[in-house]
Design a protein around this ligand. Structure first.
Ligand SMILES: [Zn+2]
Length: 197
């Protein structure tokens, strides 16, 4: 078992199957992703491998460690890692937070919600289009040109949510309007985002 501590006091271990497939790139991506999740501080995460899906998370219904996700190493994206880690929070934030830690910010369940909260969390997770959030084909196919604006809309939608129950519908309709404004030029793509792509 490989153990690594990517800062924030998170301990990550891998299944033997995953260890065989693990690349330096995947470890680096996992480390960077975990830094965006301070809520997972002091928790243990076990990472397995999946061939058939991009990723899988076992949403915790009680705090039994380690938490468990599975990832596909081939074609791994930050978006997938972020999505699976957000699923962990969907379960965890329904539980009392561990002693000595600040209370968890509640996070709604559901796949689309998971995509929205993942994109909103960090630009890091904008390297690929999310799976469940609905968007026009042209936005998906030209994701790198739209990612920044979709992310901003996700942040806005989360704020919106306290007042409007239909925030997902609001968000998807705003995303659907994006192509009418034309794709942004490369110069408008945030610097950090273009570095990641
Ligand atoms: Zn999911």
């Amino acid at each position: 078992m490989i153990l690594l501590s990517p800062g924030m006091g998170v301990t990550v271990s891998f299944t033997p199957q995953m260890e065989k497939r693990l690349t330096q790139r995947a470890v680096r991506m996992l480390n960077q992703s975990l830094r965006q999740f301070p809520e997972l501080r002091n928790l243990d995460i076990h990472v397995g491998h999946t061939k058939t899906k991009l990723g899988v998370a076992f949403i915790p219904t009680r705090l039994r460690l380690p938490l468990y996700i599975r990832l596909r190493v081939r074609g791994l994206t930050y978006n997938t890692i972020g999505h699976e880690l957000t699923h962990l929070l969907q379960g965890l934030t329904k539980l009392p937070s561990p002693e000595g830690t600040s209370p968890w910010e509640p996070l709604p369940g559901g796949e689309t919600q998971c995509d929205i909260w993942t994109l909103a969390r960090s630009e890091l997770f904008c390297d690929d289009a999310p799976t469940y959030l609905r968007m026009p084909r042209t936005v998906r196919e030209n994701w790198r040109y739209y990612a920044g604006r979709v992310r901003s809309l996700c942040v806005e939608a989360i704020r919106h949510r306290t007042r409007h129950r239909t925030y997902i519908r609001w968000l998807e309709s705003r995303i659907a309007e994006l192509p009418e404004h034309g794709p942004v030029s490369r110069a408008d793509v945030p610097e950090q985002l273009s570095l990641l792509l």
